[in-house]
Design a binder for this molecule. Structure first.
Ligand code: HEM
Length: 153
């Protein structure tokens, strides 16, 4: 993403786009036999609210793999749009209680980095969306980013 692109879209929309693409979630265990729609979930089954598939559903997100913060802006780019299917903090009873707290440092980190560095990725290294499971679902490889310090005049 170029600096001009960054200026064009609001930084909050950039953060939302990051959260859409990294979409991690915790594993849960059914505490009793449960039925969800037509599915029987026996006690002790490990379950996950699959944010990955919601955030990559082409019916909701045209070109889902594309990094496009403008998805979260109205057509004329003047207003932020709240999309109900952007759920990086999950949903329901177990929704992340830290959402409000997390959004502030995410925004501040991003602003600080973009003020000091020009960020680009190494075009010789293929970007990967492969994931691994730890405490939560995480990207398998760190993206090959290059940080160039912006000289202040
Ligand atoms: C970018 C930052 C964060 C993201 C994307 C995130 C996302 C999530 C997700 C997806 C869950 C699982 C919800 C589920 O199982 O359906 C969760 C749970 C939780 N998060 Fe976060 N979180 C973030 C930051 C934080 C912070 C800053 C705190 C606390 C200060 C926090 C506290 C918790 C707690 C306590 C739970 C467990 C809630 C429960 O089991 O009822 N999170 N978070």
């Amino acid at each position: 993403m170029t600096r001009t692109n960054v200026k064009q879209c609001k930084l909050n929309e950039l953060t939302k786009q990051e959260l859409r693409l990294i979409a991690v979630n915790l594993l849960r265990r059914a505490s009793r036999d449960t039925r969800i729609g037509k599915y029987n979930i026996p006690k002790d089954t490990v379950v996950i609210f699959n944010l990955w598939s919601i955030h990559r559903d082409p019916k909701l997100w045209p070109e889902p793999e594309k990094f496009d913060p403008n998805r979260f802006l109205s057509e004329d780019g003047s207003k932020a749009v709240k999309l109900p299917y952007l759920v990086p903090f999950s949903g329901g009873k177990r929704i992340c209680p830290g959402e409000g707290l997390a959004n502030v440092p995410l925004f501040l980190y991003l602003v600080n980095i973009l003020q000091k560095y020009r960020v680009r990725y190494d075009p010789d290294v293929k970007l990967s969306f492969e994931a691994k499971f730890c405490v939560s679902r995480r990207p398998k490889y760190s993206p090959p980013l290059i940080f160039e310090k912006i000289e202040m005049s």
